[in-house]
Write a protein that binds this ligand. Structure first.
Ligand code: SF4
Length: 963
């Protein structure tokens, strides 16, 4: 912050007014941020030189944070003297983060300057997993990888190339690359993350996530500690606090007294998995007291289908529907909910009364938490959103929007043809309704012999560490007959990277180009990540070829890597791939990133060309200067958007009023929504956009769930969790383990390269309610053995009142390890011995904790922490929900005092048992195909959608139109 006399800041597109500081002299104002007109040459004194005044001149170059998906704006301070990056602060022009960041944003500076980061391409020497690597040139690596991919494509093994992404950090770029290759190979981490949340929203409205308008709400109902500890952490937290200042009530359901819960007017800590019972009891209350939005329900809910399917003999009348609905949900009493949740009845009543006061300003949110913890977690989400629907708080001021209204993904004007391949390794027939790829089952599918992989990219992803059942991942990653080539694209060492054939260094937030957009509030914005040193060099006319010349070491930005790789897969253009990476200005040469973004911003971002021209800039120049553009804001009720003449041209309404245009099986569905469907014709004759569900309405009764084998779950309901209270034998010291929360200052793998963050959070206790601890004679600091279905781990107890009795919890970002002689990140990793017996018993034991080390960063010798944490995920079997595909993170565990010989951090697992658990959960599924021989409903999101013909098991004749 600079205390210089200054004019009002003006130029940032959404700059905030300065905040006068108490006691400031009247002719001076403290500025929140340097104004954009100073960003080319901003002077600050060197803080470390204090009390001397040593000025430094900086270019402030915008980029976006890469440390969670909120995509907050950052300003990199690039020193004019040597073009080094000195620090990162917030970008005031960014409408989502408004100049503010959490601790993880500024900690990007640690990642950039980390002495442990990977700076050069590496190739394995010795056995896979031996941890031995040699330097290799980018040319050699790219040639080898491209050759293998080309062979798979030419031999029509187009499901044998897989791109498995952890933190995407971009929208749409990788999908275009994969589409150009014609492979079905996009894999995500989503079923250890948010499939449960997404599934619940999808079956209401097609869109798979919510966007609450917190700032204008009357009541905020949150089922997630992640709001302040991970998911959209900073942008949401800002607006939650604003709403509270304006008098809104905050209710939080959380098993822990999380940061979010600590700010709540009402905190309910229910038994895990009982949340849906609570929400349905509130729904029943709203129905019986008629605190519902009748007009909204009549127009936008598929109540006619509800009656047809559940009450076929009843008259098709809206009032009858309301009566039937009220009767159907009457069984969800406050008493029932309280009994399931093990909380006082009065708490449920209080919640119901608060929700009833919201009118249509109820902002709700859930993402991971309960929806990711429990069998049937997707019904928790569906029940939560039921409250929005009943109160008409959908798309309203202060209500909850679908994310698609507040997010914008630009598509490059020339998109490749959709492919016609379907990978059963990603989208298996047992899970036709899975929200995302069945990523956690990949090693089991490979062990089952469902296929092999020629090339497997793990990209900013640490599969053996972040997923359950990590030892089975190791078994498969080591097996060259199942995975031909493993390429780890990563900025930092991870447990999985040591099992790769190539480790290729990728850039951090200030070393790469990406576009991103997220639903932080009622605004549609697009932000631009950029390699800031390269931008600074370009401004000074310093020549470079690509980002390898401007980033540390040989770190290459991914976009350029993908362009080069694609070019080498198809060097002569005969496969039809090269054309998508070829310059328009210089045919026969590769497109540069400047050209790519020049075209993208000029042709695919509405309003940007005009805004740029108003300031005498090209769209790319505008984005390089501000790093962000706001396309629209304060947009509400887009379901009521009248359809345009172009949309209506050729569209015909079906018997339910859905307006459709003819489409062939040769076309691909959009990212989400049905191909050809454009909107809804209402009974009053109006024709509006509606939602992206099959009926274009909000589906209280989901025909998808019913017609794909789950009729009893077609309406919002309560599924008893695999860890419900009646399945836990408390008298036998059984508990529910909640392993899926995080601390606000840690990321996942990449915390390991941020020393500030490790200094803030560096212990990994097992949260244990004080009463339970006393009963069991366990005190803070005691070692305990935690036994799961496939093995056990040893942790250190923390007796606290901040978690409910019967539940224990461990955060999910620690437990980092490397083997002796293997590379790793010494800020966080302990050294382990890793052993596997012939019959599949794996054992991991620390032989050394974290300790100081010598490097070019003197702080590495000042490390005072020693706890690498416990890699608990290794001891969890896969538990995929049979509908959503979500890994159900909560574990039934037995807790005991540590056994003689147990050591902190020990993990022991029998992978034979993990196979048995996999088969048991697989048997819970109801496999496809669904109606018309479809593998998956077309309206459900897929990152890379193939042609409609590929959705069909027995592909109908190409060119056939929709019946
Ligand atoms: S919330 Fe924090 S980690 Fe996430 S993008 Fe913003 S600054 Fe980065």
């Amino acid at each position: 912050m600079t205390a210089e006399p200054t004019a009002e800041p003006t130029a940032g597109p959404t700059n905030r007014p300065p905040v006068p500081m108490p006691g400031a002299r009247t002719h001076e104002k403290l500025r929140n941020f340097p104004p954009p007109e100073e960003w080319d040459a901003h002077v600050e004194y060197d803080a470390k030189a204090h009390p001397r005044k040593v000025p430094h001149t900086y270019s402030l170059i915008p980029t976006i944070c890469f440390n969670c998906e909120s995509s907050c704006g950052l300003l990199a301070y690039v020193d004019h003297e040597d073009l080094s990056i000195r620090k990162f602060e917030g970008n005031p022009a960014h409408p989502g983060s408004r100049g503010r960041n959490c601790a993880k944003g500024p900690a990007t500076i640690n990642q950039v300057h980390d002495p442990e980061r990977i700076l050069h391409p590496l190739r394995r020497v010795g056995e896979r997993g031996s941890g031995q690597f040699e330097r290799v040139s980018w040319d050699e690596a790219v040639r080898d990888i491209a050759g293998r991919i080309r062979r798979a494509i030419v031999e029509d093994r187009r499901d044998e190339v897989m791109y498995h992404v952890g933190r995407p950090g971009e929208d749409g770029f990788a999908e275009r690359v994969l589409q150009a290759w014609g492979v079905d190979g996009h894999n995500s981490h989503t079923n250890v993350c948010s499939s449960g949340g997404r599934s619940g929203y999808t079956h209401w409205m097609g869109y798979d996530r919510p966007s609450p308008d917190y700032a204008n709400s009357r009541v905020m109902l949150l089922l997630s500690s992640h709001l302040e500890t991970g998911h959209y952490f900073n942008p949401h937290a800002q607006r939650i606090m604003e709403a509270k200042q304006n008098g809104a009530k905050l209710v939080v359901l959380d098993l822990r007294l999380s940061n979010t819960a600590s700010h709540a007017d009402l905190w309910i800590s229910p038994w895990p998995g009982s949340e849906a019972a609570i929400f349905l009891a509130v729904a029943a209350y709203l129905l019986r007291t008629r605190t519902i939005d009748v007009a909204f329900l009549r127009r936008w809910v598929n109540w006619d289908v509800y009656l047809e399917r559940l009450h076929p003999d009843a008259p098709k009348d809206f009032e009858v529907f309301l009566e039937k609905l009220t009767e159907d949900y009457a069984k969800y009493t406050f008493e029932f909910a309280a009994q399931e949740a093990h909380v006082p009845v009065a708490q449920i009543e209080q919640l119901a009364r608060i929700v009833a006061q919201a009118g249509n300003r109820l902002a709700t949110h859930t993402w991971r938490s309960a929806a990711a913890g429990n069998l049937g977690g997707w019904q928790i989400t569906r029940s939560l959103f039921f409250l929005n629907v009943l109160t008409g708080s959908v798309g309203t001021v202060g209500g909850t929007h679908p994310n698609g209204w507040d997010k914008f993904i630009p598509h490059f004007p020339e998109m490749p043809e959709p492919n016609d391949v379907w990978s059963e390794k990603l989208w298996p027939s047992e899970y036709p309704l899975t929200t995302n790829e069945m990523s956690i089952l990949l090693p089991h599918f490979l062990k089952d012999g469902r296929g092999t992989l020629e090339v497997y990219f793990s990209r900013v992803y640490n599969p053996l560490w972040v997923n359950p059942d990590g030892f089975t991942w190791i078994d498969v990653l080591k097996d060259e007959s199942r995975i031909g080539l493993h390429v780890a694209l990563t900025p930092t060492w991870s447990e999985s990277a040591t099992f790769a054939d190539y480790v290729l260094p990728m850039g951090h937030a200030s070393e790469r180009h990406d576009t991103m957009s997220f639903e932080t509030h009622t605004s549609k914005w697009i932000a631009f990540r950029q390699p800031v040193t390269r931008v600074a060099m370009a401004k000074r006319g310093i020549p470079f070829q690509d980002t390898r010349d401007t980033n540390p070491g040989e770190v290459w930005e991914e976009n350029e890597f993908w362009f080069e790789l694609s070019w080498q897969i198809d060097p002569d253009g005969s496969l039809g791939i090269r054309q998508y990476f070829e310059s328009k200005e210089r045919p026969g040469e590769k497109m540069t990133q400047d050209e790519y973004y020049d075209i993208l911003f000029a042709r695919s971002v509405p309003g940007l060309p005009q805004a740029a021209s108003d300031q005498g800039m090209t769209p790319l120049e505008y984005m390089r200067k501000y790093g962000v553009f706001e396309i629209a804001k304060d947009v509400y009720r887009l379901d009521e958007r009248p359809l345009t003449a172009a949309e209506l041209d050729g569209a015909v309404a079906d018997e339910k009023g859905v307006l459709r245009k003819p489409v062939t099986l040769d076309t691909a569905p959009p990212l989400v929504g049905e191909a050809g469907a454009v909107g809804l014709e209402h009974e009053d004759g109006s024709r509006t956009a509606g939602w992206l569900s099959p009926s274009r309405k909000l589906e209280l009764y989901s025909t998808t769930l019913a017609d794909w084998g789950w009729p009893e779950q077609a309406t919002p309901g309560y599924i008893e969790s695999h860890v419900s209270a009646r399945r836990i034998d408390r008298a036998n010291d059984e508990f529910v383990l909640m392993p899926n929360f995080r601390l606000p200052t840690l990321i996942h793998t990449r915390s390991g390269n941020a020393k500030f963050l490790n200094e803030i959070a560096n212990t990994h206790p097992l949260w244990f309610n004080k009463k339970d601890a006393t009963t069991m004679g366990i005190s803070t600091g005691d070692l305990v053995r935690v036994t799961t279905e496939i093995g056990h781990f040893v942790a250190r107890a923390w007796a606290t009142e901040a978690i409910r009795p019967g539940v224990v919890g461990m955060s999910h970002h620690m437990g980092r390890w490397t083997q002796d002689g293997h590379p790793g990140s010494r800020w966080v990793m302990g050294k382990v011995n890793l052993n596997r017996s012939e019959d599949g018993i794996w054992k991991l034991r620390y032989i050394e904790g974290v300790k100081p080390f010598t490097s070019e960063d003197p702080d590495s010798e000042r490390i005072y922490w020693d706890d690498p944490g416990v890699h608990q995920n290794l001891a969890f079997p896969v538990q995929p929900d049979p509908v959503s595909g979500m890994h159900c993170w909560h574990q039934k565990v037995k807790i005991e005092k540590a056994h003689p010989g147990d050591q902190y951090g020990d993990v022991e697992v029998d992978v034979t048992k993990s196979r048995e658990v996999y088969r048991r959960w697989l048997a819970m599924t109801r496999p496809g195909p669904g109606p018309d021989g479809q593998r998956r409903p077309e309206f459900m999101m897929r990152h890379v959608t193939p042609k409609r013909s590929a959705y069909r098991v027995a592909a109908a004749t190409a060119g056939e139109t929709r019946a």
